[in-house]
Design a protein around this ligand. Structure first.
Ligand SMILES: [Zn+2]
Length: 290
């Protein structure tokens, strides 16, 4: 089951790879100097300042030139700094290019660690040295850019063990990485240190940082609100608790996926690359290892 999910994940990446020539990087202006940019792969956050541009995530390697051009088109100048929200290639694929162009890359300690070592469990080779972040941190960091205070937070292991969310403090804008997505059931990448309990606990730390006016850039999907993140969190709690109750009753991990735990969300969430049964199985495997 886990292999099936990993396979689907990579086939999704491969699928996107074939169409890079036709991908356009589409900027959405959120404030005077903060943007979200969509293309293929994870959403990019971008702030312009006297210092040049700082971007959050960078999609796939073949798109680096288009991303740099899109930033120039918006008057952002040269990209000088880059934050990785986590290790996955649909968010960090251009690290090599940007580093060669003199961009300073910031990430969680575990992102660099995983890039240097690779991950046999995910069949991932080490990334070339040019992709490795130059600055890493364990849980908190502030970056001062374009008149903004960027607060970088890592709470618990969630989507992976190196997730970082970014709060643009004055503008009340958040980049969530894959800790909040709209493609359906989220992916809990246990082979990259992720876990469902940490995923939920992290969201419980993030939600109080937001208010009704917050603008939320998801890892994948459209600009969202705190309410959207709250609904997402509540569903994860409901599914996690139902799986935990079934395991407590003695249901075998393999049988938990056949219970109708996630079915009520399938119409809305089941269209993504993680299906309801896969998600329930992933949660059951994860909880049974505790
Ligand atoms: Zn991801």
């Amino acid at each position: 089951m886990r292999l099936a999910i990993v396979f689907l994940f990579f086939s999704l990446a491969a699928q996107a790879q074939q169409n890079f020539d036709t991908v356009n990087i589409r900027p959405l202006k959120i404030t005077d100097n903060i943007y979200m940019m969509m293309g293929a792969g994870g959403n990019i956050g971008f702030i312009k300042g006297e210092e040049g541009a700082l971007i959050i995530d960078n999609q796939y390697g073949p798109l680096s030139g288009k991303i740099a051009q899109a930033v120039l088109n918006e008057g952002g100048g040269a990209i000088k700094m880059l934050v990785n929200t986590h290790v996955h290639g649909d968010h960090t694929g251009g690290n090599d290019n940007f580093k060669k162009w003199g961009v300073t890359i910031i990430a969680h300690d575990n992102v660099r660690d995983r890039m240097t070592k690779g991950n046999p469990a995910r069949n991932t080779d080490p990334r070339g040295k040019d992709a490795w972040p130059l600055v890493t941190f364990p849980d908190r960091m502030n970056v001062h850019w374009g008149g903004e205070e960027l607060e970088l937070y890592h709470f618990f292991t969630g989507h992976t063990d190196g997730d970082v969310i970014v709060k643009f403090k004055n503008a009340n804008v958040f980049h969530m990485g894959d800790m909040y997505v709209q493609y359906g059931y989220p992916f809990v990448d246990v082979n990259n240190g992720g876990g469902i309990n940490g995923f939920i606990s992290s969201l419980d730390k993030m939600l109080p940082l937001m208010d009704g006016n917050s603008k939320i850039i998801p890892g994948h999907g459209n600009l969202a609100t705190k309410k959207d993140v709250q609904v997402f969190r509540d569903r994860l709690v409901e599914i996690r608790d139902a799986v935990a109750a079934a395991l407590k009753k003695g249901t075998k991990v393999a049988d938990v996926a056949n219970l109708p735990i996630a079915s009520k969300y399938d119409a809305e969430w089941g269209k993504g690359f993680v299906k309801g049964k896969d998600f329930v199985m992933m949660v059951a495997e994860n909880l049974s290892k505790k």
